[in-house]
Design a protein around this ligand. Structure first.
Ligand code: GCU
Ligand code: CA
Length: 418
């Protein structure tokens, strides 16, 4: 009896101490981020037609999977933070959503019905945050989309979660450190490493690693001059076309570079990413580079399926644009855009439209009109002495465009960006 009393008293003391510890740590006032105000992004409209919101309105997301409300929040310390999401759901069904922190799903919210669109409720969640800026994206998982979102309040608690009792075993870390992954790159010269110490050309894949933290390793297996088919089957693609107009591949043995990615011990593993960008050489009318539309899509599907079979995540990219000006506007000049998009939806693979993003970058850098001089001016510093290939500085900027797209499109690889 006496020992039970001592145990009870000890437990009570431990609880009191823990409460004290928690309150000492978790006294920070919440910071409110309105959904209608930048830098928040609402995939939908900012509305004000249902009373009771704070600020000047709320985010009425589109009724679609992934049509999110995204907040950029600042935490003074890294560690666990409490999120309070104020929302209204005037329907009778809940509107579930994933909660992505810096692109990685960390929690989920049910967003139950609140009874009316003017009746607001608060959903509370806990997520890990980095010290400094973080994106928090509420990403609906059904076609109903999000409820209307008024604001997000963040209370950063910071530090590791305190141990409930000095005698209890340590509780698991709230945010297990992400596992180490490899980002595999397959593509052509606009993505490839420079050969033999040359300055030109340097593909964007050569400048991609600096955008990632130490948990992601970039392995660039892009090779200049390759179509998707020659990349996959070197040296077995012949210069002969078959009656269907495709280049004859014989024997149908995969290239060493693709076999390396498929290797069960040293190749793609769960959590890895495979970024694939072809389409510049594939338009050649002659073999071995020529690849027809259907064959191009088929081979993208083969690569995506092989990545998925190993637990890796494929991402397709449309080809980077060369510099072509129409007056003072840089315009697109590559093929296989539709094919890349079609293969992406057919295979359930995200696609980064690098074609559009690259010429959009050229426009923001005012490359046009261009007088054809690749040795001076902004175009000279960006491109090699042709209209296609990059110097390191240009490659670095294109790599940055791809990194930004990972964030903007909430592709979870973004969670490994610096
Ligand atoms: C109604 C309501 C909107 C809401 C929408 C929805 O149109 O007025 O505020 O966002 O339903 O179902 O998402
Ligand atoms: Ca809506």
């Amino acid at each position: 009896m006496k020992s039970r009393l001592i145990i009870a008293a000890t437990a009570a003391l431990a609880t009191a101490l823990t409460t004290l510890l928690y309150s000492a740590i978790a006294t920070a006032a919440p910071t409110r981020y309105e959904a209608e105000a930048a830098p928040a992004v609402c995939t939908g409209t900012i509305d004000a037609n249902h009373a009771g919101y704070s600020g000047s309105g709320f985010c009425n997301g589109d009724n679609a999977v992934g049509a999110g409300a995204q907040f950029t929040v600042t935490a003074s310390v890294s560690g666990t933070a409490t999120l309070a999401v104020r929302y209204a759901n005037g329907t009778t069904a809940n509107r579930p959503a994933d909660v992505l922190v810096n692109g990685v799903a960390r929690s989920a919210a049910a967003f139950d019905a609140t009874g009316a669109w003017a009746t607001w409720a608060t959903a509370t969640l806990t997520v890990p945050l980095n010290s400094g800026g973080n994106t928090i994206r509420l990403s609906p998982t059904t076609g109903d989309g999000l409820p209307n979102i008024d604001y997000l309040e963040v209370t950063a608690e910071g530090g590791p979660t305190p141990n409930p009792s000095p005698c209890a075993p340590p509780s698991p870390s709230p945010s297990p450190s992400p596992s180490r992954i490899t980002v595999w790159l397959a593509g052509d010269s606009t993505m490839a490493d420079p050969s033999g110490g040359a300055v030109c050309p340097a593909g964007w894949g050569n400048q991609f690693a600096p955008y990632f933290n130490s948990n992601a390793t970039v392995r660039n297996s892009a090779v200049g001059g390759r179509s998707i088919q020659t990349w996959l089957y070197d040296p077995n693609v012949t210069s002969t076309k078959n009656p269907a107009g495709e280049c004859v591949v014989t024997p149908t043995t995969y290239s060493a570079r693709w076999q390396a990615m498929l290797d069960p011990t040293s190749g793609m593993k769960p959590g890895d990413y495979l970024l694939i960008q072809f389409g510049i050489n594939d338009g050649d009318s002659n073999c071995p580079r020529h690849v027809g539309s259907a064959r191009y899509q088929q081979l993208l599907g083969v690569m995506a399926a092989a990545a998925k079979a190993r637990g890796a995540h494929p991402v397709f990219l449309t080809p980077a644009a060369a510099i072509t000006c129409s007056g003072s506007t840089a315009v697109g000049n590559r093929g296989f855009i539709t094919e890349t998009n079609t293969a992406a939806s057919a295979n359930g693979v995200p696609v980064i439209d690098l074609h559009r993003l690259s010429y959009t970058l050229y426009n923001s850098l005012h490359f046009c009109p261009f007088n054809g001089d690749f040795n001076s001016g902004p175009v000279g510093a960006f491109f090699c002495n042709d209209h296609t290939h990059y110097e390191a500085a240009g490659a670095r900027q294109i790599a940055g465009v791809v990194a930004k797209a990972l964030r903007d499109q909430a592709i979870p690889l973004a969670g490994y960006l610096r």
